[in-house]
Design a protein around this ligand. Structure first.
Ligand SMILES: [Zn+2]
Length: 95
């Protein structure tokens, strides 16, 4: 029972830590992104997407690009328009 209780508490803790952490965007560049960082894009049309650093580089983003500026570069996959997305950088909690 105590073992099970401890496990349950651990799982709850993991669930909490699985919530992504939003990082301040000011001065945040593509090169600052790590493997557990994702770019969350929320377009005005309602489309939401994630991009990893690898995908950004593949999409020809430069490592010195400010992440916040990418909002004007990246095209929404749904409405095909640029500059409508709100960008956030999230860190995925380790599993
Ligand atoms: Zn859109």
């Amino acid at each position: 029972m105590t073992v099970l209780g401890a496990r349950l508490r651990l799982e709850q803790k993991e669930n909490v830590s699985n919530f992504v952490v939003t990082l301040p965007l000011y001065g945040f560049r593509v090169e600052n992104m790590e493997d557990d960082h994702v770019l969350l894009l929320e377009c005005a049309c309602g489309h939401r997407g994630y991009l990893t650093k690898r995908e950004l580089i593949r999409a020809r983003a430069h490592s010195y690009d400010r992440v916040i500026g990418l909002a004007f570069v990246l095209r929404c996959r749904l409405c095909k328009k640029r500059g409508r997305a709100e960008i956030k950088v999230k860190r995925l909690a380790p599993h």
